[in-house]
Design a binder for this molecule. Sequence first.
Ligand code: DND
Ligand code: ATP
Ligand code: MG
Length: 275
Amino acid sequence: MRPLQKQIKEALHVKTTIDPKAEIRQRVTFLKEYVTHAHAKGFVLGLSLGQDSTLAGKLAQMAVDELNEEHGGGYRFIGVRLPHGKQQDQEDEQYVLDFIQPQELFTFNIAETTTAFQHTFNDNTLNVTLSDFQKGNVKARIRMMAQYALAGEEHLLVIGTDHAAEAITGFFTKFGDGAADLLPLTGLSKRQGKALLKELGCPSRLYEKAPTADLLDEKPQQADETELGLSYNAIDDFLEGYDVSDEVAEKLEKRYLSTQHKRELPATLFDAWWK
Ligand SMILES: Nc1ncnc2c1ncn2[C@@H]1O[C@H](COP(=O)(O)OP(=O)(O)OC[C@H]2O[C@@H]([n+]3cccc(C(=O)O)c3)[C@H](O)[C@@H]2O)[C@@H](O)[C@H]1O
Ligand SMILES: Nc1ncnc2c1ncn2[C@@H]1O[C@H](COP(=O)(O)OP(=O)(O)OP(=O)(O)O)[C@@H](O)[C@H]1O
Ligand SMILES: [Mg+2]
């Protein structure tokens, strides 16, 4: 293994092989222990209909079901649908809801808020125009605002879906989908997340579909792999400690180093990580 590859694998807590059953148990236990420690009433999570939130949502509902069983009720999981207008893979919603069976569902269509933001932003003193790319980050941050408003009102915690295959490339919006109170998928590669979903009996269409951030008006459902110029298979191989081509390794190491600011708290003069 390359020295930096080993360092990244350790820093992101990736195992070469996993026992899906044991991983599910540890992660559900983590959710239960943390929510109890925080004296919160449960969880909020955006359900995009993609692989990561389907897995995190299932774990959250399992944690809440177990807590309610053990304590005679009082815990909640609210799944949040946050489409921008009409989502192209909307037909998957029923499969996700049937699989997770979220106790409650909250829907907030972000299209109107995003458009209002875009108009106000474009009507500015500097003549700066919001690009489709930055508008994508705005969408991710509006989703974050909706989840935090709900969490604040209902004494709940916001679950994030970050995992090793996203953390390594910094492939998330800082303070958008990167903002959360707790992360039940930390340490998993993309294929390990799939293995957990399989173990949980998830319909295969939900973990076989191409992962997408789906943030661009101009390229709806664009595959992450297209934007990244890297396959999740190659990212997973690198993370799990296998040999990959020099080209892939160098690309990943470069992205990892340039996105460190996304995996840290905001820099201060007392920090050493950025020096
Ligand atoms: N060295 C540094 N130290 C501290 N801060 C630094 C910095 N360099 C940039 N920054 C700050 O970070 C900002 C850039 O980061 P950010 O705003 O996140 O934006 P950025 O990384 O440019 O874009 C977000 C990326 O994540 C992808 N994404 C987003 C959301 C969801 C998903 C998904 O998979 O679902 C993927 C999206 O497709 C895009 O490729 C800069 O505008 C600047 O404010
Ligand atoms: N349309 C949406 N509705 C609700 N939540 C969303 C939506 N889009 C994104 N999110 C939130 O942002 C997170 C980041 O999106 P991301 O695409 O990385 O994960 P995913 O869609 O769950 O899985 P995949 O990476 O396989 O597409 C999601 O897990 C979800 O919590
Ligand atoms: Mg997605």
